[in-house]
Design a binder for this molecule. Sequence first.
Ligand SMILES: Nc1ncnc2c1ncn2[C@@H]1O[C@H](COP(=O)(O)OP(=O)(O)OP(=O)(O)O)[C@@H](O)[C@H]1O
Length: 231
Amino acid sequence: APEEYEKKGDLTGASILRHYNEILVSCNALDYHDFINSSITLLTKFPEVYKECQNTWQAIVVDEFQDTSAMQYFLLKLLASHNHITIVGDDDQSIFSFNGADVSGFDSFRRDFPNHKEIRLNKNYRSTRAIVEAATALIHNNTKRCNHKLAETDNPSGSKITVKECHSEDSQCAFVIDKIIETTSSSAEGRDFGKIAVLYRRQITGKAFQVSFRNRKIPFNVHGVAFYRKK
Ligand SMILES: Nc1ncnc2c1ncn2[C@@H]1O[C@H](COP(=O)(O)OP(=O)(O)OP(=O)(O)O)[C@@H](O)[C@H]1O
């Protein structure tokens, strides 16, 4: 709330938030946080609504629980008062801390649902041994972990991982495209670009790739938001 920002001395933040809330009200709109917040208000301030909803969700399953914020967890607790709840998650994969997600949610769950049964899924079926070992080594550097898990796999080692540091988006793009050309030209059945995927984190990086693919006449599909429509 704007008042909380004011209390912290952040007058600019308070003013932006106040203005934003006014715009929402003028459009008669709710944002994602309001959905959760308003649901909590409805369920806590109106017992008849709570009573009606109580039997609507007889069992609840939450995936990616590590990305649950305190407010979402509060709502979850209200809805799961029947204790028919299963959560699935991995605290090493938390990516929503900017949105208030807090991995201590697992501890809260253990405390709030004391009759829970915990099942550890340590075996990785998805990745090669090289990837599982590299990821495990990297994750061991995390400082905010409660317990270090032992990930294992029966999968073969697979190819070695190459880490390439580039100094600009352009040189990164050029490196990846050279690699694609090199890999596909060594194939006996002709170029098969369909077996190659480029993953990127930011939309802007996708733009650079799409421009380069066009220039180098590499056919491509974009899954997610494309910067340019394919011709
Ligand atoms: N018991 C199993 N035997 C064989 N393959 C499996 C088994 N369990 C999962 N897999 C395979 O491993 C891959 C990942 O499985 P899944 O998506 O269920 O994992 P996850 O832990 O939910 O992943 P994430 O961490 O992304 O949420 C899938 O390709 C799936 O087919």
